[in-house]
Design a binder for this molecule. Sequence first.
Ligand code: PRT
Ligand code: ZN
Length: 286
Amino acid sequence: MESKLTLAIQKSGRLSEGSIEMLKLCGIKVSNGTNHLKAVAEGFPLEVLLLRDDDIPQYVADGVADIGILGMNEVLEKKKPISVVKQLGFSKCRLSVAVPKDVTYTGREFLNGKRIATSYPEILKDFLADNNIDAEIHCISGSVEITPGIGLADAIFEIVSSGGTLLSNGLTEVDIIMRSEAVLVANSNLSQDKINLINKLIFRIESVQRAKSNKYILLNAPENRLTDIVNLIPGMKSPTILPLAMEGWCSLHSVISEVDFWNVIDKLKDAGAEGILVVPIEKMVI
Ligand code: PRT
Ligand code: ZN
């Protein structure tokens, strides 16, 4: 029988949209039929389980799901024996220490003897041990940000994204402990068939990620300045050069990283390039 992967993704929350969108860009369409725990995927031998993100590490560790998409913060908190196989670049956030805005944070030693509220007790425990801090951990599952205001905690250790929740609760972010993003995790004991399928999926993810950070560039160049202009564009191999109907001019096509483009745009213009077009790339296979 042909092998199939079981992928666990978050049913509804901050990871759901990014997970579905990433799969879509990889040519995999997930349609959630009437069965709300499982979804069918088209375009890849995949079955999708829709779960709470907290449960994904256990499902993957037990082999109920072969792979999963979840936040790195959740991987570190749950401490299950699973492998992180790819960073996915969405749902980025950080785990930080925050204190009431009128409190002076003198450094990590400030936390000694304090009450810290968190929904990440395991990561906090490790952080305190690594820094030789003796503090009281108050484990709270939601609305951690309100605890200092109601006298339950002196500081919090929580996920921050825009910083808006801290601000509206009168808190200041004083120490970033770790950065997190969505990751692809896998069971550590899979058959070779399934490992091959995961590698195929990672290949598609990498093609999408590469395409996102690169652009296709087209420009017109006077033939007598062509060498200077070509030297400014790193490209994939070497640029395509096509003659224009107008004598003495050609059209140059290449691929450039978005960052490089902004660095060389003025130099390209100074070198005589005209009609510069930069267009998105959908997939980039190398
Ligand atoms: O129901 P389920 O258990 O599946 O979901 P959940 O409520 O536990 O998780 P969810 O959907 O809130 O977050 C899933 C994952 O998204 C987290 O594990 C992180 O990896 C990532 N992520 C990215 C975030 C945020 N950004 C985020 N802003 N997770 C939580 N938040 C919360 C944070 O806890 C805080 O209360 O948003 C608030 C802060 O946001 P800002 O923008 O005001 O700073
Ligand atoms: Zn959760």
